[in-house]
Design a protein. Sequence first.
Length: 662
Amino acid sequence: MSFEIKYKDARGRSGILKTPHGKVQTPALMPVIHPGKQTLDVSRYGVDMVITNAYLMYKYQDLREIALEKGVHELINFNGPIMTDSGSFQLSLYGDIDVSNREIIEFQEQIGTDIGTSLDIPTPPFVTRQRAEREMEITIERAREALEVRDNLMLNSVVQGSTYPSLRAKCAEALGEMDFQVHPIGAVVPLMESYQYSTLLDVVMASVEHLPDSRPRHIMGAGHPMIFSFAVALGCDLFDSAAYILYAQDDRLLMPEGTYKLENLVEMPCSCPICNNYHPEDLRQMKKDERTKLLAQHNLHISFAEIRQIKQAMADGNLWEMVERRARNHPYLLDAVRKIKKYTPQLEVYDPPYKKSAFFYSGPESLNRPEVYRHLERLERLPHKERLLILPPTLKPYHKYIETDLEIFFSNTFNPDLRKTDDLQIAFADIPFVFIPLEIDDVYPLAQNESPQTIDQDSRKFLNEHLKAIIDTYREVIISEKVLDVFDLRPRTLGVPHGNLNQTPPKDQILSDQEKVEYMADYQFGSGSGKALFEGDTNITKSRKTGKIRHIYDKDDLIATLRARDGVLVLGMEGARRLHSHLPYPVNRVVVNEDAEPFAREGKSIFAKFIIDCDMNIRASEEVLVVNQDDELLAFGKSILNAEEFTSFNTGQAVKTRKGGF
Ligand SMILES: [Zn+2]
């Protein structure tokens, strides 16, 4: 079995899971098929994999005979990958079932299922810790037994532990060490049915954080499109939907924004073929069976449309925006999205620093996003000056629009010392990134973000708190009056000087190209990297069209190219050499084994299985150095995965090499 990641966003992944009956593109929704009663053909809706119940096939003799003779694929008439559940759902309903763990594993293997499940115990939410722990131990034991029984069957192993994050973590850890292929997160349906999304958040995070990144995670029983994007952003890959049929039987329509009752509809809610072709009254007049089938079709259409939108959002890098939009659909979901804040540091490790889409501020929740947290952390990497001038937000990139503000400032400055710029840090105050030094205002997402001009109380408070901490590290601070106005800041020791002396210094005196690229390098690679990369006689070339910095050379040797769209420094050979000798091992390095060494030197991409060590601070989409065990530089390139994933995955590309040949 193999699972590969294609796109990453937030903590989510869009990837490919290989099974004996074909590939599954994740995130994937698996419609639940009833092995005896299914009348609706689900294969038309973009279904890659379905889920059905092995216990029901085992229990009813007629089904069992067909399944054993012809296989599960023929029984349910589906040729793609099939996942089977073991009967633990029935166990949770009736308390007891007449099959052993060993028997149900053997049965699943015999009927040719692609991914089978051991007989876990679905412990409900909010039981005593004692019970949750006891049942979790049994679940782990049965998982272990399943491994001994199975032959070639791919296996699910379900994370239990009720609503105790520490038990979920313990269970995930134990199962993660064994050779399973997929990890469902079990017994969360009661939480979803009662809209307890904040508790769901804790349960999912505790599980996901302790499961291997290289295996898909299935949030069991999650079939309402309202929470798909939320769950994907937290790292879930698979969903199953019985909801499409259960809701239809109850005359209810699923929508990403919630649920509609047919009895209340005066218009159909979407543009699927069912909603296009029928009026609510037509459906109400129909026979129950016929109506159920049509409503189920709507439910499938809308659920798969949501999955497609999530995949597109991940490719574009705007999954967070989608999660925040969906959160507006239920106050409890909004609550859970707000509570993501406590997990921001963990999420930041997985969220790629560079994305195609701009960052859109959609409300105070956006302040909790990894991008904001990361920026405030990475400010520490920059050189520190003695004095600070804070300017108000403008259009972006800020440096293009500062003439007027600078003129006002410098012409009103009575103290000639203040007009000296060599020890003066100029920065902008803005929402949501708080403090944007002039030198790095081109770097993603500092130029690639939008927020409303009307500022809400939460972000005002956020800016106040963080700006105060930053200001305290400067000897002298001048804040533009406009900043005080816009953000309602209370100047403490911070006077705004008045007077009318002199002229504005020329712009290149305020910001030299050399200083700019040095700051950018420090921000991207760590303190001191700028001086190391661009020491000596550098030659900076600019685009004739845009005037932007393009290449930085040492004579004819390319040190780096500044990528116009996101302000990332893409290394050249000379740059990689310089960075390698500046940064101590293992910083910014991916270490490959002997087998991969010749390929790396040839500039071929690095696959995860060849990586034996790396800097654990590497994020996906960053510029990294590829070295051998002796720390000899082999190549450099762009990380596709983060460090945790480098060490967890055994399949797929990990670094897209730009150049080898050292
Ligand atoms: Zn519809």
